[in-house]
Design a protein around this ligand. Structure first.
Ligand SMILES: Cc1cn([C@H]2C[C@H](O)[C@@H](COP(=O)(O)OP(=O)(O)OP(=O)(O)O)O2)c(=O)[nH]c1=O
Length: 212
């Protein structure tokens, strides 16, 4: 239900971010950015600054390499915080189990930073972040073991996917749901419209009728 006014590059390998955009009719080209999180994680007391800096760096990496005269680049980064501790992606099963048991029976925050960079005659960059509070019910050690065995935790901040089998762990969500999945969709669409990257409309014929 949106028409691109210029090519959109998604600077992210996350299949979830691509799916969220496609769900509303925005079809991006994907060019993942190899920006690593390590150098950005020092500012532990300021998760919004961490995810915003990472999103901006991912977008900048792609902008620096594109030769297209008019293009929009969209990048994002997601982290989880629990009582001031930052949780990225678990490196192994032990770390995934530890993350999930720390999330059990408590409330944590999911932060996503987003950067939209539009290159035409000049470069305009907008960066912001969103925070959602997620409450997990108490989950048993057996449930954690079984969940880790599915493999779902490994490419996800905090070691879980709210859109997947961990949906049964979630008691409440306060804030944007799509922010938890990796891209706050309402704010992203709003920004893309404001920067004239997309506009409402459809390329499909409205006169198509089924023949009876
Ligand atoms: C909390 C949570 C995170 N996630 C995902 C969103 C992100 O893809 C991932 C966090 O990792 P990110 O580093 O933000 O993104 P990525 O490595 O998948 O992709 P890229 O760096 O190329 O942009 O965790 C879920 O899919 N569901 C959830 O419930």
């Amino acid at each position: 239900m949106y028409i691109n006014t210029m090519p959109i590059i998604l600077a992210s390998a996350s299949p979830r971010r691509k799916l969220l955009l496609e769900q509303v009719g925005i079809v991006p080209k994907v060019i993942p950015s190899p920006v690593e999180e390590e150098g950005f994680l020092k500012d532990i007391d300021n998760p919004s600054r961490i995810v915003e800096s990472l999103a901006r760096a991912k977008a900048q990496w792609v902008i620096d390499r594109t030769t297209l005269p008019r293009v929009a680049v969209l990048a994002a980064d997601t982290v989880v915080t629990l009582e001031g501790k930052l949780l990225g992606k678990p490196a192994d099963a032990g770390e995934a189990r530890a993350m999930l048991s720390s999330l059990s029976g408590s409330v944590h925050q999911v932060w996503t930073g987003v950067c939209v960079a539009v290159k035409s005659r000049k470069l305009e960059m907008r960066t912001w972040s969103c925070c959602t509070e997620v409450e997990f019910r108490k989950i048993s050690g057996e449930e954690i073991d079984a969940y880790v065995l599915t493999g779902e935790p490994f490419d996800k901040a905090g070691g879980y996917g709210i859109q997947g089998m961990a949906s049964g762990f979630v008691r409440t969500v306060r804030g944007s749901y799509t922010n938890v999945v990796g891209l706050p969709l309402a704010e992203t669409i709003q920004t893309l419209i404001e920067l004239e990257v997309i506009r409402p409309g459809t390329t499909q014929s409205l006169t198509t009728q089924s023949s009876l």
